[in-house]
Design a protein around this ligand. Structure first.
Ligand code: FES
Ligand code: FES
Length: 153
């Protein structure tokens, strides 16, 4: 049954009429037209759908929208702006990371939470935080360079 669900998405108070069991990813993409979080596996295995829920990286493909009622959702579009990019966004450009870009949202949202909590992570901490994310284009080394660049910027 449809219910009215209140969220804050990328800084904007948002009302949504949706089945509370609808995955947050579907709500963001289909109901709100935000296509940055991607559908990869739908099983919490690849990370392409990762967004922040109250600051925590969350795989939105398996998170019912009813479970995040009243919470703050941040997608990659809410990290920065073209004029004022997040340090990771600037570093991704500087390191020319993306190939197809499909995985980008998951890696960047996960790394953004890492840098917020550990502004100067070691290589091992970066690898541990990003373990479990998938990039079929094989950009892993470029991603590591970008996270390190962002950490020292
Ligand atoms: S689509 Fe959510 S983890 Fe793969
Ligand atoms: S850049 Fe293509 S899947 Fe990662």
């Amino acid at each position: 049954m449809t219910e009215r669900i209140r969220l804050v998405v990328d800084g904007k108070p948002t009302l949504l009429d949706a089945d509370p069991a609808l995955p947050l990813l579907y709500a963001l993409r289909s109901e709100l037209g935000l296509n940055n979080p991607k559908f990869g596996c739908g099983l919490a295995q690849c990370g392409a759908c990762t967004v922040h829920v109250d600051g925590q990286p969350t795989r939105s493909c398996v998170m019912p929208v009813g479970a995040v009622r009243g919470k703050t959702i941040t997608t990659i579009a809410g990290l920065g702006t073209p004029d004022q990019p997040h340090p990771l966004q600037a570093a991704y450009i500087a390191e020319q990371v993306p190939q197809c870009g499909y995985c980008l949202s998951g890696w960047m949202m996960t790394a953004a939470a890492l840098l917020r909590d550990r502004p100067r992570p070691t290589d091992a901490q970066i690898r541990e935080a990003l373990a479990g994310l998938k990039c079929r284009c094989g950009t892993h080394m470029a991603i590591l360079r970008a996270v390190k660049r962002a950490a020292t910027s």
